[in-house]
Design a protein around this ligand. Structure first.
Ligand SMILES: *Cc1c(COP(=O)(O)O)cnc(C)c1O
Length: 401
């Protein structure tokens, strides 16, 4: 199978298990071989079987890249050593003077790479409340080269109507004038391709931290880019592929192999994350010590209708505010027995985090306050344990505050 896999052939769970895991031609092995060789024998200079040096291309990585492309309904997949490695590669498409319009409550690390690594090269980042696409429309001008979105956002679970963004008239006009730019980039880490396929909603590029749901077992740090590349010369893909090799933030073959293995159960895992999170969110909403529950699957979520339209599930991420102080929030989080207090999300085991001091500590406090990311906000990554056990754990934690 080539990179240009016909992804309409099979449905999601089948693609997840079979694309990139075709029986090995030499041995018949059902599982993709782990190919550790750094270099490849050439018959004559430049005459090879498609691989020369493992940074430029590796068979195990190519298998993962085909798989990722299929899951997102894209033509091209590129795998990286981390989500931020993937994000960095996309940002390399920019030049001094270019402007990026981004959602104002992005993952802290994305905001950090924008402000600390790229602003100094003369690239301008403006942050807007992307729950209303008008705010994006108003910022679009001739220098705009990218729209950077997360939906739902981390950690406030706010949504952006991706179809409405892709249909903005001024954006469409600019795209036809500027060979496809501004590109609409969506960080789809929170939903995984199982629940949301941004390329089908009009996005140009999808990025992932595969560290989270895609690998799903909290044992690989990785990232990905998937795109269709509407440019008939495939210039954007070629440029990204060039940078992947030129910069070198590539994943190890073993990480690719583990990620491919994790993906085989992605459909099952996401279903269970979703079921558990819905139960936990409803339980939290009914608890008198909990002030706010942000979860797109709740009818009380201000964008619940959009969530139902744009996603096929609501995912496993919830954020909450207790009716109490910073100390209460810390006490609750530290007293849980099943929800490990830790960074990251999307693994089979439940986690709880305190964004203000952990994942979003790099976001200036003033900005955090502006968008409503308070010092008492807690973020739950609901795992796939038994939901009753998870709720009991939360109950005993809340009893202590
Ligand atoms: C974790 C995360 C990233 C960064 O990915 P790494 O694999 O940690 O480099 C980017 N975006 C989102 C939404 C994330 O949760």
């Amino acid at each position: 199978m080539t990179q240009d896999t016909n992804t309409t052939l099979w449905k999601f769970a089948t693609n997840a298990i079979h694309i990139g895991s075709e029986a090995d031609k030499e041995t018949g092995a059902v599982i993709t071989p782990l190919n550790l060789s750094t270099t490849y024998w050439q018959e004559a200079p430049g005459k090879n079987k498609g691989y020369e040096y493992s940074r430029s291309g590796n068979p195990t990585r190519a298998a993962l890249e085909r798989n990722l492309a299929a899951l997102e309904h894209g033509r091209f997949g590129l795998a990286f050593a981390s989500g931020l490695g993937a994000i960095d590669c996309v940002l390399r498409l920019l030049k001094p003077g270019d402007k990026v319009i981004a959602s104002d409550d992005l993952y802290g690390g994305s905001r950090r790479i924008f402000t600390k690594a790229y602003e100094k090269y003369g690239i301008k980042f403006v942050y807007v409340d992307a729950t209303d696409v008008k705010n994006i429309e108003n910022e679009v001008d001739d220098s705009t080269k990218m729209i950077w979105l997360e939906t739902p956002t981390n950690p406030l679970l706010r949504l952006t109507d991706l179809k409405a963004v892709a249909q903005l008239n001024n954006l469409i006009e600019l795209k036809s004038k500027n060979s496809g730019y501004p590109l609409i980039v969506v960080d789809n880490t929170f939903m995984s391709p199982y629940f949301q396929k941004p390329l089908l909603l009009g996005a140009d590029i999808v990025v992932h931290s595969t560290t989270k749901y895609i690998n799903g077992h909290s044992d690989v740090v990785g990232g990905a880019i998937v795109l269709n590349d509407n440019d008939k010369n495939e210039n954007v893909y070629k440029e990204l592929k060039f940078f992947q090799n030129a910069i070198g933030a590539v994943p190890s073959p073993f990480d690719c192999w583990l990620t491919l293995r994790g993906i085989k159960t992605l459909a099952l895992r996401m279903e269970q994350h979703n079921k558990n999170a819905q139960k936990v969110a409803e339980y939290l909403s009914s608890h008198k010590k909990v002030k706010t529950v942000n979860y797109p699957g709740l009818k009380s979520h201000p964008q619940h209708e959009l969530a139902k339209k744009q996603m096929t599930g609501f995912g496993g991420m919830i954020s909450i505010e207790l009716d109490g102080s910073f100390e209460d929030a810390v006490k609750f989080a530290s007293n849980l027995k099943l929800f490990a207090l830790g960074e990251s999300l999307g693994g089979v085991e439940s986690l709880i985090g305190h964004p203000a001091t952990m994942t979003h500590a790099s976001v200036p406090r003033e900005h955090r306050m502006k968008i409503g990311l308070s010092d008492t906000l807690l973020r739950l990554s609901v795992g796939i344990e038994d939901a009753d056990d998870l709720m009991k754990d939360i109950e005993q934690g809340l009893d202590k505050v």
